[in-house]
Design a binder for this molecule. Structure first.
Ligand SMILES: [Zn+2]
Length: 183
């Protein structure tokens, strides 16, 4: 089985990766989402097709939107990594760790789509003042909301229909993250 969004092959060795980032868990007989980028079943394919975007046909504005999406997801991945190290509750820690991997994976998807070769260097953000699990969860929710509104806004401004579909798929993933961090 292949994920049409991130292109990863899903098999018996990896179907349960990043479990902490999902409310419902995959089983080998029932794969409900991609364990790498988190998209749901409707984006998984039995016949190896992926949703392709030709980077050389993207206009300047679309490339800029993708460049910004790379950074947004990198920042969110970085936030979750820090949040995981700070969280006191073990379940929350595991969830943050898994979310960190997924968001960082999203940034890699955008990087590939835009044909960008370099990972951008980001300024380090300090999360020192978020000193409780509930403060971290609250910030997580804000970051997910920001990502959703980014995808919702800019899916209408990119010049490639497949990219619109990818932004929609990822925005559904971020919506599911909100449900997780609200619990
Ligand atoms: Zn995927």
């Amino acid at each position: 089985m292949k994920c049409t969004i991130c292109g990863m092959d899903i098999n018996e060795k990896n179907y349960n990766f990043n479990e902490g980032a999902f409310a419902n868990k995959n089983s080998i007989d029932n794969i409900m989402y991609c364990p790498f980028c988190g998209v749901n079943k409707e984006y998984l394919s039995e016949n190896s097709e992926i949703i392709e975007v030709k980077a050389n046909l993207l206009d300047e504005k679309t490339l800029q939107i993708l460049d910004h999406a790379v950074k947004l997801e990198l920042f969110n991945g970085d936030f979750y990594r820090t949040a995981a190290s700070k969280a006191k509750d073990n379940e929350i820690k595991k969830m943050f760790e898994a979310l960190s991997v997924i968001e960082t994976f999203h940034s890699k998807v955008h990087q590939r789509l835009g044909g960008f070769t370099k990972v951008p260097e980001l300024n380090k953000v300090s999360y020192d003042k978020y000193n409780s699990d509930s403060a971290l969860l609250k910030l997580a929710k804000q970051k997910e909301e920001h990502a959703i509104s980014y995808y919702e806004k800019y899916k209408n401004e990119v010049n490639d229909n497949n990219l619109v579909a990818i932004f929609e798929a990822l925005s559904i993933v971020e919506r599911e993250h909100i449900i997780l961090v609200e619990e």
